[in-house]
Structures are given as structure tokens and as C-alpha cells.
Design a protein around this ligand. Sequence first.
Ligand code: ATP
Length: 592
Amino acid sequence: MVKVSEYKTYLALYVKSILYLWKTSPFNVLILIVTIPIQALLPSLSLYIANILINRMNNLSQQLLFLLLGVWGVAFLLNNIFTPLTTMIQGKLTDDLTYTLNCDIMKKSEEIQTIDYFEDNNFYNDIQLLSSEASWRPVNLLVFGTSIISNTILFISMLVIFASFHPVIALLMLLVLVPQGLISYSLQQQAFEVLVSNSEESRKLEYYSQVLLSSEAIKDVRLYNLYNFFMKKYTQSFSSIKRNIQKTRLKKFNSSVIFLILTALLSVGSFIYIIYSIKVGQLGIGAVMLFSSSIVYAINSMSRLIEDSSLLYDTLLYMEKFFKFIALPSDSKSATVAVPSSIEKIDFVDVSFKYPTNENYALKHISFSVNKGEKIAIVGENGAGKTTLIKLLTRFYNIEEGELLINNISISNFDPEKFRENVSAIFQDFSKFDLTLRENVGISNIQEINADDQILKALEDSGFESSLSDLNTILGKKFDHSRDLSGGQWQKVALARAFFSHSPILILDEPTAALDARTEYELFEKFLKLTEGKTVFFITHRLSSVRQADKILLLRNGRIEGFDKHDALMKTNKYYEELYTMQSSLYYKELN
Ligand SMILES: Nc1ncnc2c1ncn2[C@@H]1O[C@H](COP(=O)(O)OP(=O)(O)OP(=O)(O)O)[C@@H](O)[C@H]1O
């Protein structure tokens, strides 16, 4: 059962949501605030007038008759006008609200500069839920939110009419509503919890259907004949979700039946009382019409109120997640120091790091220094911590143990966004945007995205060779007339991004893996020449390429195993020598 404190919480959430709505579009909200109560009171006004007309038809003065008919006509007209008017205003408000809500979600995700939140399972579930439902939740907030207000007013006005027959009738109606409302709320809460606890299952469901329908996995699905395999998984997930939801649906149905029987008994009892009162002359004949109409209004508004408030419950839980997300602290606020205009020195001082989702340390006691303009190769076996090191340098994670100093100032003092203006990184899984060739290169220096000459030069430097010479061509497979590239061509586009960037620190995290050894060697040679004066970090598994670096940072199981020039490491570092010798026979084969 839902506790009183929870009702308070949701009432507070409702008010907070209405205020958010007000902020979105005050004028439209104002129109609703005025029209909704008036519209909700119109039925009782019409019924009241009809009651007088029936009871006093023969002894009403001409003047009063016309006045009553006039008021009834105006009420009728207003009711007809208000319905399309509120629908239109709700539509406008929904558009504005959807836009503001989506913008706020995107803005907040931009403000969270580190990416560790995105690797937290709960956070990921929440943000998936928020963004996937942001297009239709606002409609519910409005439709159910306004419906609750108008049905509450309508129901209260009907209670007043009942009370005019006998206060006990009004009281009994209330006694039917309140327990039913409470039961309905708590069932809807269970249904929502089923949905949320299913969200992992729902994501699996979506994933299985995506695998079968998207182009990424199609080759493997065909090759290994995986249709039935994924279909089975899909059906299992679907059945598990359906079972859970069905249970709560059944409970809800059962409680609705009890509610309807109670209401029917109450209505018949009240009607008997009214007929008796008319017979003994206590009530006029109009009471039959007044009661029979108002009972229909009351039942309708009562069930709408219950139904819509329980549906609003879902939306309020959504809004709760939304407000929590919006309230997350933004990293940029912690920035206190301006980023230096020239980055002269980068120092890792006894840095240890583990991912929030992994209890093992990915990096342990890392200490090394790099001066401006140095070219540093980072090498090591799979899982040694190379990419993690780069993720710390790009401030995707906050460093809790040890320090990363930039010109002797801790990196945590800088606004991550401002600091990243100094860094251009091409990761192994660099983004292949379904944008034009120009944009795919130009995004690394967005201010000069239209400098076609420089973009063409960057493409030439990266060795991009293709029949594709038009920078306006959209890459990928998503859009009409777009063209997809080979793996190697995509890597060269990514490299062109690095060439085009003006950042003083460049990072290449194995973007050359799809290139053959000779091309990679030549490319690095060219890259190092063209980036003179810039500080460069490059990760590669091909040790032949690293001979060109000023220094090699050798990592093993998250620790530094060596940091020196190639020749020195060959002489003094057994592990490096082993790795190099093991690979060199393969390189010579590939290079010659
Ligand atoms: N997002 C993550 N969450 C949890 N653990 C991670 C994450 N990324 C990497 N790790 C773990 O951290 C360790 C170092 O990974 P990292 O990606 O830095 O290695 P790497 O040297 O770049 O490997 P590779 O050569 O395969 O790219 C690994 O044990 C890996 O499992």
C-alpha cells in the first residue's frame, strides 16, 4: 500500500511538474488555469438550471424563463467552445514541453563532462528511459494532469448536488472513491515497478530485435543462421515481461469490479430514497433528472479521476527521474583555474585508477612526465591500461588517487570542456558520423569546418585515396545517396580529423589498426613531421612504428614497465626486448 508520505511526495512532484510546465509556456498554462475550472463547473450549472425549469415550469415569469434559458445556452456554448480550445492549447503546450524536456536532458548530459556516469548500469537505465520516453511523457503529464483538476472540480460539484438531496449520499460517494483511489494508486505503482524492474529485460528485448533487423550484425546472423537463436531469446524476454504485467493487470481488473458493484448498489439505494422523497413532496420532480444525470457525471468523473491519477503516477515517477537527472552536479562548476595558453608539461604523479564498475585497478602508481612537443608511443599487451591512461588525460574520468598535473596545476582545477579544446583524440572506436565527408573531418575544429582547402589537405596528408572527391557526400549507409567507406578509408578520415585539428595535444589510440604495416609506418612518419611542436601520444601494437617516437611508455598489467627511447629500452628492458623481437620477424615480413 502506498504510504501517506508517498502521496505527499507525489503531490510535491505534481506541483513541481506544473511549475516546470509554467516555465515552459506561461501564457498557455494561464489559459488552461482559467478555462479548466470554468469548464468543469458548467455541467453542474446546466443541471441546476434544468432542475429549476422542470420544477417551476408553470410558475416562472417570462423574464426569469428567458434569463435561465440564456444562461443555459451560454453554458452549453462555452462547454462546446472550451473542449476544442483546451485540446488546442494542450497540443501547443505538449510541443513546447517535449522540446524543453528533451533540450534539458541533452543539455544535462552535455554538462556531465566525465563519462563514468554513463558506465553505471542504473544511470544508463535511467537515461535510456528518460530519452526514449521524452517524446510522449509530456502529453501524459498534460492530459492526465489537467484531467485530474477538472474531474476533481466536476466530482466535487456533483457531491454538492448529492448533498442537496441528503448529506449521507455525498458522504457514501466519498467512501466509495477514497479506498478505490488508494488501491488503484498502489496497483499502478506495482505496474510501474514491474516495468522498471523489467527495464533490463526490456532493453534485452529491444536488443534482440535490433540484432535481427539492423545492418551491423546481418552478416553474422546470415552466416551462422542465428535467426531462430535470437527469436527464441526475444520470445523468452517477451514472455517474462508479459507475465509480470499481466499479474498486475488482473489485480487491477478485480478491484475495478468490486468498485463498480459498490457504486451500483449505492446509486440504486440513493435513487429509491429520492423517489420516496418526491412522493412525500419533499423534492420536486426535477430531482429525478438531476440525480440521474449527476450520478452519471459523478461516476464518470470518479473513474476518470482514479484512472487518470494512477496513469499520472507513472508520469510523475518519470518526472521524478527527470528532476533527479537535471539536479546531478555539473562538472564544469568545479573549475576554478583558467587553462594555460601553452601546455608546457604533463605530469602523471603516482596515479592509480579503477573503473566504477570494475574492482580491479586498471592503472597502478603511474608516474611519468612529458614536455611540450614530445612524441610519446604507448605500448603494451591487451588490457595493459593504454586506453585508460588516455581517458584520464582527456578527463573522461576524475582521478581519485594521485594527480595529473598540467604545467604543475592539477587537471581537476580546469573546466573539462575548456581543457579538451587543447586535446584532439582519435580512439579505436572513433565515431563514424552519418554526415558529409567535410563534416566528418571538420568536427575536430568546428570553427573552421568550412575551410575546404585545409580539409582536402588533411585528407591528402592522411593518405585518403578514394574516387570520392566531393566533400558534400554523406558517409555511411543511413541516408539517400550516402556512401560507405572501407575500414581503412574510415581510419584515414579519422586521421584527417587529427591533422585538421589545431589542438596542441594529439592522441592516436590505434586508429591505424586497419592499415597494413607499411602504410602505418609511413603514416606515423608523416604524422610526426606534420605535427612538429605538438605533443603527441600514440598507441600502437606494431612496435616497428614506435622507433620513431621520442620516448616509449611501456605498460604491463596497469603498471609502467619502462619509459625511455627505443634503443635504451632494447638494451635495458628485457620485457620490451622480448615483445619487440617476437614481433619483429612478422614486421619484416609485412614491410618487405
Ligand atoms: N569501461 C570500463 N569499465 C570497466 N573496466 C574497464 C573499462 N575499460 C577498460 N576496462 C578494464 O581496464 C583494463 C585496462 O583496459 P584498457 O582498455 O586501458 O587496455 P588497453 O591497454 O588499451 O587494451 P587494448 O590493447 O586491448 O586496447 C582492462 O582490464 C579492462 O578490462
